[in-house]
Structures are given as C-alpha cells and as structure tokens.
Design a protein around this ligand. Structure first.
Ligand code: ZN
Length: 171
C-alpha cells in the first residue's frame, strides 16, 4: 500500500512540477508581452515624481523642503487652502536657479505686478514657476529635475518670500 502511495505521490508531484513549469513559462511569455505593450506608459509613471505643496492665508507653505531624484520629471501641484483672493494673499511657487539670491529676487519680483510677480527679465533666474493663485485654487506644473544640488523656492507675491520659502533638493 505504502509503495503505491509513494508512486502515486511521485507521479502527482511530477505532474505538479511539469504543470508549474508550463505555467511559469506561459506567465513569463505573457509578462514579457505585457511589458512590451505597456512600456511607454510605465516609463512615464516611473519617471514622474509628484510633489504637492500648500499655501494658506497665514502666508505659509506647508513644506520647507522638497526632495526629488535627479533625472526625474517633476509634477508639482500648488494648492491654496486659504480663502483670501489672489490680490490680497496670492501664492505661487517659483524655483530659482542655483546661486540666485532669494531675497534680491523677492524684492525684484514684488514690483512685477503686471506679470503676476514674475519679472520678465528674470527668466534666467527661474527653473520653473506656477501661476499666481488665490484661496481655494490649485495649479500644477511639470518640469525636469535640474542637476543634483540644493535650490531654493519661494512665493514671489510681495513680502511673502520672508516666510514662504524653502529648499528644493535634487539627489
Ligand atoms: Zn504667497
């Protein structure tokens, strides 16, 4: 009886292994196939870093440091969680090039009211910026993460750079 049981078990295991082997092969083929099909979409998702930062009516960002990996695409979403109008408590997100003095930029930007406090002659100072938004609004931008290093960001609405600023670190 025992011998028969063992033989039966051996056959069963044998079939099981063969079965699994086949399954795995099929799975692998399927996987390769699927991967090929999805490659462009996957690459975009893998390569995108989503950052969300909020500004409020107390003239503050909820984050003073943002981190991304070099070579990534960045999708940055700015949310104004306050209620005040953009003429009173407008917020934007401005990422400065390395070496640009934040305070000097803030002062220059405060007189650029016609262009929502983004100085027209300062495009070389800026890596990326959102538009100016008021309470309850949300806006997003996409840009390529710059070279590894430390950068600074601010809200360029007049006077806000004193409180609304932080470090943008590319690793
Ligand atoms: Zn602001």
């Amino acid at each position: 009886m025992n011998a028969i049981k063992h033989i039966a078990l051996a056959i069963f295991l044998g079939l099981f292994v063969i079965g699994c082997g086949n399954k795995e092969e099929k799975k692998k083929e399927g996987f390769t196939y699927e991967k090929k099909q999805d490659e462009p979409k996957e690459q975009v998702e893998d390569n995108m870093t989503n950052l969300v930062i909020s500004g409020n009516d107390q003239m503050k960002f909820d984050k003073t440091e943002l981190r991304v990996k070099a070579g990534k695409k960045v999708k940055l979403t700015l949310r104004h969680i306050g209620k005040l109008d953009k003429n009173v408590m407008g917020h934007n997100f401005v990422l400065l090039q390395k070496g640009v003095d934040l305070m000097a930029f803030g002062i220059k930007a405060s007189s650029a009211r016609d262009t929502d406090y983004i100085p027209e002659d300062a495009t070389n100072d800026i890596i990326a910026h959102t538009k100016l938004i008021g309470g309850g609004e949300t806006t997003s931008i996409e840009f390529d993460a710059p070279e590894p290093g430390e950068y600074e960001f601010l809200c360029s609405f007049p006077g806000h750079y004193a409180l609304m600023k932080g470090k943008f670190i590319v690793e």
